[in-house]
Write a protein that binds this ligand. Structure first.
Ligand code: SF4
Length: 179
């Protein structure tokens, strides 16, 4: 399988996607970016306004913080595939609805299948619940969980760290543990 080609095929499908109402207000789709053979995938919530304008994930203030956090963990952002379960901007930066996540999720699942990473970093409640709907995030934040031969690391969404210093400190502590 040519992983790059497969990921491009998914990105093209996302570009044309009209499965949920978010297609009506988007400027760009944001499929995610990073190497097709990445060993790590980081999953957030949904694109924000900056991402919508550029089509690139995590490029605003939260994105800058994510880059710093990855560096603290000894990871080069360029080697991580960064994406989210929803590929279009929810207006006013609202949380995506369950329906939007449900309709968009097959794209993320296919990306994970193709990349087949060893580790997945779940950033925030939306990402966590996709993989562990029966568990409470607060019980596992800052910890690893293993499921289906993959390692999942759980932390807050970097946007929380932008809004509140307290969360930024926790994020930094969590990512240092990742080292
Ligand atoms: S958010 Fe996902 S399901 Fe909705 S239109 Fe965009 S790509 Fe399609």
């Amino acid at each position: 399988m040519n992983k790059e080609k497969e990921l491009k095929r998914i990105a093209e499908a996302i570009k044309k996607c009209k499965k949920c109402i978010l297609w009506k207000t988007r400027n760009n789709t944001v499929p995610g970016e990073g190497p097709a053979n990445a060993r790590i995938i980081a999953i957030g919530q949904a694109p924000g306004a900056n991402e919508d304008m550029t089509g690139r994930p995590f490029i605003g203030r939260a994105g800058k913080l994510l880059t710093q956090l990855l560096e603290m963990a000894g990871m080069d952002r360029k080697k991580v595939f960064i994406t989210s379960p929803v590929k279009c901007f929810p207006p006013k930066n609202r949380k995506p609805t369950k329906k939007e996540v449900f309709l968009c999720l097959p794209y993320l699942k296919n990306q994970i299948k193709i990349i087949n990473p060893q580790k997945i970093i779940l950033l925030g409640e939306v990402a966590f619940k996709l993989f562990f709907p029966e568990k409470r995030m607060k019980d596992f934040r800052g910890k690893w969980l293993i499921q289906d031969n993959k390692n999942y690391f759980i932390s807050y969404h970097p946007a929380a760290g932008i809004r509140f210093q307290k969360f930024k400190k926790i994020l930094e502590k969590d990512f240092k543990k990742l080292r």
